[in-house]
Design a protein around this ligand. Sequence first.
Ligand SMILES: [Zn+2]
Length: 185
Amino acid sequence: MARDPRYWRESVQEAIFALGYLRPEAEGKLMELMPLAQVRGPRTAAAAFRAQGKQLSANDKKRLGLRQSAAISVELVDDLTPKGLLQPLSAHEITLQRAVFTERRLRAVAAGLETRADYYLYATGSTGCPGCARLKTQRAGPGEVDPSHPLDCIHEACPVGIVPETDHRLRYQMHQGPPTDLGGE
Ligand SMILES: [Zn+2]
C-alpha cells in the first residue's frame, strides 16, 4: 500500500519537541523510520535502528547503565538529549509512537475534508487517562475537530483516534428535499 508522507514531518517534529528525548537533528532518521513504524510498529522500527551500524563500546554501555547484550548504536546515542540518555533503549520508540498516532489523526481529518465528512468521532480503547476518557465517543464538527495530542492526555503518545463520519439521515433529507415535495408527482 502506498504511504502518504504529507503529515510525517509535522508529526515527527511535534513528537521530538513535545517529548524532549531526541535532539532536533534526529528528525531525518525518524522520517526514514516512519514507514516501518507505521507498518510494523514503533518498537520494531526502533529496534532495527538500535541494531544498525557501529555498536556502542562495552564501557559506554556500562556508563549508560545498559546490559552488555543490549543492541544500541553509536549513531542512535548521538540523537539523545540528556533526558533521552536516561532511557536510551526506548527514547526513539516512544517518540515514533507519538508521531505515528498524531500522523494517523492528521490523515483522518484530511480524509474527512476530502470526502466532506459531516462530523468526526473520537475513538480509543485507552483507559485511565482523563484526556482519552473525555474524548472517547465524542463528536466534533468539521470546524472543531483537533488532531493534535490532547492537552489533558497523560500518555506520552496518545492513542486516541479520529474517524470521519457521514450523517446519512441528513444527506438523505437534503437529497429528498423538503417534506412538502413528497407525493407531489
Ligand atoms: Zn490520551
